[in-house]
Design a protein around this ligand. Sequence first.
Ligand code: ADP
Length: 424
Amino acid sequence: ADKKESEPTDTIVITSECELRFEVESDEVSLVLVDGQAEIFGTEIPLNKVYKFVAGLSIAVFSWRGCRLKITGNCNSRYISKQTPMVVYLQTHGALQQMRNNAERDDKDGPRILVVGPQDVGKSTLCRLLCNYAVRMKQQPVYVDLDVGQGCIGIPGSIGALVLERQADVEEGFTEQLPIVYHFGYYFPDANWALYNELAKKIADDIEKRSEFCPKARHSGFVVNTCGYVTGDGYKFIKEAVDIFKINCILVIDHERVFNDLQRDIPEDKATSILLPKSGGVIKRNGPCRKRTRESRVKQYFYGFRRPLNPFVFNIGFDEIEIYKIGSLEVSDSLLPINKVSDIKNKLSCVKIDIDNDLIHTVLSLVFGEPPDLLCSTVAGFIVVKDVDMENRQINVLAPAPHPLPHNVCLWSDTKFNDEGSIS
Ligand code: ADP
């Protein structure tokens, strides 16, 4: 018999303003809305459409007016919560929408939102919700994801921006074509704050240019998601990001001290800070769980999600590719008696690296720029070094398109991937 048939199907009733939460244990969990109204992280779900969720995901189905669902498969800790911050989140959306309406009326900038808070408080989820609600109001917000570890644009180690014209796909997230992607190369911003800052400036510049010729974009505004760094350099970056993006609204999730510090440091007429509660449904992800999410994002890039992609494997000569690394991070700061200026210069320098066996499994970003001006050049795509043949001076690569590579300049990253889908 079909395996699915042997799994129990439960009918679940969610009353108004309540939320069904579950974690997908193994295999898949499928879900169908049979009656009423429901949404998943701000995306409305239609009646009778079957959604399938893969193992490891943590999902919340919220209903404003009540609904009935059918759910099949094994869930971890499935429960209905009556305590959600959704009303506060909706009010926040209402205030942001008011800013957009005023922006349209007076032809000025709409909400420029920065979402901050520690790790695992639901920052990405709130961004997704607010973007979805904006799209549902016929807005075209830009979503900027600065989360280099768990972000949803590009692959781990990159950051970028997306112009949103439709709600996020419930299973896949935002699927807009043509994101702007920049190479960072690490999962943590503190690997190179100087570069991180430059990239933020570049994205802000891209948005500014687009706003100049597209009034709709200017009025719709944007939502910037950040990494969960809220102390020390992380807090310093938050303050810098407010200037870089000309933020006018800071949403702080679940961190009173950061909220208070921001109220002290950022004048109210520049940006309003709002403290929002965290949802009780947000799960804490441990190291292995974060690693799994990163692995699946790289795998998805090469092998596709719902529609399978067939990546290509081919050899290229050492002479057909140039690999650069940004910042000479092997040299510990403490070993160098250098001043701040040369330190930053060092962190932003592009150094050509030699090809050797250390590159095996390394993900490389193909970039449009020309050396030495490679910092902040847009990423054209990613390839993985599968093998290095030192004798014949060839490398074997996994690529989304066939030979030859569209560009021969690429940037080294700390991201590793092998065909079995394992990243280190
Ligand atoms: P952050 O961006 O702050 O690190 P996320 O928004 O990525 O946090 O949320 C962490 C995890 O919690 C994600 O897997 C997300 O799907 C899950 N999650 C968020 N909100 C809920 C909720 N209300 N119910 C169940 N799971 C949730």
